[in-house]
Design a protein around this ligand. Structure first.
Ligand code: ADP
Ligand code: ZN
Length: 743
């Protein structure tokens, strides 16, 4: 008899506790159930990890309560969380927390319930009623069932009056759950599968074969890397692969970067599965849902009514069961990496989940990450290539403009080159649309004194403040600190202090001056304040109310506007100068993605890339749409320096308020690790050194970087060593396995 529940509390203790199951709860608690238990003087919530028939501990306390009628965690996801805790060096409870959204894990039921009144046919003899009572019953008989509140209003009666009738069994008042649907107002027009072109067909064929062939004796089901140029019709391949999965009686998860999870994207999936024999609900999970909406979407998945889930990073933990397929669209996107603990990468978690549940994983991208392409080359993944646009549109012509030649003695360097300027003019005349891209918001990136070299910096962080003209203020993009713009240089009192570097606000101003009649819209996180702004602005752009859309990376992804024939990248070098070994890769990806927004309609597209380093390989390969070429030369560079994908990285960040202490701790830690991890072959340790962002939010930061061929064993030892390391009170150490952000 199982009478003991082993519980992981909602605390980060990395430890489980045993509780007795009282007889009245016997049979209601299973592995994965949420329970309330006493802990010291408090009562806490936790997840049941296992049921046991005896415990090594004595004097066990009783489980107080079980939440909900069924376990919220499915065993597969619990296993995945276990793996995650080990691999990413984080407390197990924290991994579980990622797997179960706040909206479903809390004590109070997340359903929205409402009282309804219902008419019931009178049981035999109708008792004597007043005229008013008869009138009310007659009204109810007409509508049969109606929300109580609404009924009270329309009949001008009181709840007490209805309760009286209820006592006499003439009507019924009861709670009904009302499910929220975040897309309930949208009109979905069903879509039929398209006829595939040969490349799409080949891709679908390979994926279908894998779907149909469940785990060939001991072999993992494959992971596919679908490398398809922008517009090659990857989404159609996803849709038809999902249809195959449903036919086989399984469900699917589609991961999309948060930023690309537009209503347009969601509708494409809903439209395909809204009718027909494969009809199912499509659940959507992203951060803009209300807590109630998230709860309802999640429950639809758990109950098996939604067999398809489309969502951002954390949707990889959705309780789809049985799961047949996971798709990771734009797999190279850095937003798949969570930047706080647990620092997991949703793509890598997807691959692991696929392996654990024997399902197919498809990673799709026009610009795969070096890691995934390397795995495909080494036959860890199967490579599927789609080289042409699905609708026979040509890839846009990309021209690189050397901005060094645009320098004018009297005016300095202009924001727009002659070529880009006249290209925009042409689009305005022809009533075609333009997208301009600059990956920096604000007006100017710094305030400098030309005389003494003073730069206005953040008092809390080691970066310069950005000037925002609209609010006429200096702002820190790390900690949000704001300051006034001084009239004189605070250091040498020179009045000729000036702004340097451009941001989207300044480009907007220049556009309005150059093209006074054009309808210009800026789109960055300073503009988008409310939940619906993004949707509304894109709607305006689609319906032609905007001529020029100017924005940050927010507009680089997944948008499909047939009337856009020109894309201009105002300053392509921005992402090249970041102190990160992936700077070239990021730039290549960004340029390719942005360029892919052009020429999606009948007219061929044109792209201008303005740059001060026009011959940089990342820019040149992007210009020629040459991923292979870029990959080859980039891999050579990574091999020379032993960086990923040829190695794995663990990045330790040591933080504290007193720099001396931070440095000292970092050095102690390094010495300790050098000793303890010496059995690891080929382990390279670099640092400690001040992080590129040496100070953030008043914390001094040091880095220690570990590189090794194989990570999984190292990360387990590392977790242990860090647990045992005696860290001074004022200093903290965090570890990031396979880091994406090296700042
Ligand atoms: P990707 O996701 O690879 O960038 P999309 O899936 O958005 O590309 O496809 C680009 C366009 O091509 C879409 O308008 C889509 O409807 C269309 N398309 C996709 N497959 C086909 C096909 N087989 N025949 C005709 N049009 C297609
Ligand atoms: Zn700051």
């Amino acid at each position: 008899m199982t009478i003991i529940a082993r519980v992981a509390l909602d605390l980060s203790l990395d430890k489980t506790f045993d509780y007795l199951i009282p007889p009245e709860l016997a049979g209601q608690i299973q592995s994965g159930s949420r329970v309330k238990v006493p802990f010291g003087k408090r009562e806490l919530l936790g997840s049941v990890m296992a049921l046991l028939d005896h415990s090594p501990h004595s004097n066990l306390k009783l489980v107080l309560k079980v939440l909900g009628p069924r376990p919220l965690l499915i065993p597969q996801v619990m296993d995945l969380a276990r793996w995650m805790a080990d691999y990413y060096c984080c407390p197990f409870e924290l991994a579980l927390k990622s797997a179960l959204p706040e909206a479903v894990r809390k004590e109070k039921s997340g359903w929205r319930a409402q009282l309804w009144v219902r008419w019931i046919s009178p049981p035999g003899q109708i008792p004597k009623l007043t005229g008013r009572q008869r009138e009310i019953l007659k009204r109810l008989e007409e509508v049969r069932e109606i929300p109580l509140k609404q009924f009270l209003q329309t009949t001008n009666s009181t709840a007490a009056l209805l309760r009286k009738l209820e006592c006499r069994c003439l009507l019924e008042i009861r709670e009904k759950i009302q499910e929220r649907d975040p897309y309930g107002d949208d009109i979905i027009i069903p879509s039929a599968p398209l006829e595939l072109n040969p490349e799409q067909n080949a891709a679908l064929g390979a994926i279908s074969a894998a779907l149909q062939n469940p785990a060939r004796a001991g072999k993992f089901k494959p992971v596919f890397l679908l490398h398809g140029v922008t517009g090659s019709g990857k989404t159609e391949v996803y849709l038809q692969s999902i249809a195959k999965t449903l036919e086989l009686g399984r469900g699917a998860i589609v991961l999309v970067p948060e930023i690309a999870l537009t209503p347009q994207t969601v509708e494409r999936f809903k439209a395909r599965f809204s009718t027909g024999p494969l009809q199912t609900l499509v659940a959507v999970l992203h951060s803009h849902l209300s807590s109630g909406e998230r709860h309802d979407e999640w429950q639809k998945i758990l109950q098996g009514r939604a067999r398809i889930v489309i969502g951002a990073r954390s949707a990889v933990f959705a309780p789809v069961n049985p799961l047949g397929l996971i798709i990771v669209d734009e797999e190279h996107e850095s937003s798949y990496k969570q930047e706080e603990a647990p620092r997991y990468h949703a793509r890598d978690v997807a691959v692991m989940r696929g392996r654990m549940e024997q399902c197919v994983v498809v990673l799709g991208s026009a610009t795969p990450s070096l890691e995934s392409y390397y795995n495909a080359r080494n036959r860890k993944y199967s490579l599927l290539e789609m080289t042409v646009r699905a609708d026979d549109k040509k890839l846009p012509l990309v021209r690189v403009v050397d901005m060094r030649h645009e320098f004018r003695k009297e005016k300095g360097i202009p924001i727009f080159s002659q070529l880009l300027k006249s290209a925009i003019e042409r689009r305005l005349e022809q009533c075609e649309q333009t997208i301009l891209f600059l990956n920096r918001r604000g007006y100017a990136s710094s305030l400098q004194c030309p005389k003494c070299g003073y730069v206005a910096g953040c008092p809390n962080c080691s970066i310069s403040l950005t000037y925002h003209r609209q609010e006429s203020q200096l702002r820190c993009h790390i900690c949000g600190h704001t300051g006034q713009v001084p009239d004189l240089c605070p250091a040498c009192r020179n009045p000729a202090i000036r702004f340097a570097g451009i941001g989207t606000e300044k480009v907007e101003e220049a556009l309005r001056k150059l093209f006074p009649r054009a309808r210009v819209q800026r789109m960055d996180s300073d503009i988008l304040k409310r939940k619906n702004d993004y949707r509304l602005l894109l709607g305006d752009f689609r319906s032609g109310k905007i001529d020029i859309l100017l924005g940050t990376q927010m507009i680089a992804k997944g948008l499909h506007f047939p009337n856009v024939t020109l894309v201009g990248i105002v300053y392509a070098d921005l992402s090249l100068h970041i102190p990160d070994f992936r700077a070239g890769e990021r730039t290549f990806q960004l340029l390719t993605q942005v360029a892919g927004r052009a020429g999606r309609g009948e007219i061929e597209g044109e792209v201008f890339v303005q740059s001060f380093t026009p011959f940089h390989p990342a820019i040149q390969y992007a210009r020629r749409h040459d991923f292979q070429g870029f990959y080859e030369q980039e891999l050579e560079f990574r091999q020379q320096l032993q960086y990923p994908p040829v190695s794995r990285v663990a990045l330790l960040t040591i933080k504290g308020k007193i720099e001396e202490k931070v440095r000292f701790t970092a050095e102690c830690l390094k010495r300790e690790l050098e000793q303890r991890l010496s059995p690891f072959d080929g382990l390279v340790m670099a640092g400690p050194a001040p992080a590129p962002l040496a100070r953030a939010e008043t914390w001094f930061r040091y880095h220690l970087m570990l590189r090794i061929r194989q990570m999984s064993k190292l990360s387990q030892s590392l977790a242990l060593e860090l647990k045992n390391f005696k860290c001074p009170e004022e200093v903290s150490v965090t570890v990031d396995i396979d880091p994406v952000n090296l700042m």
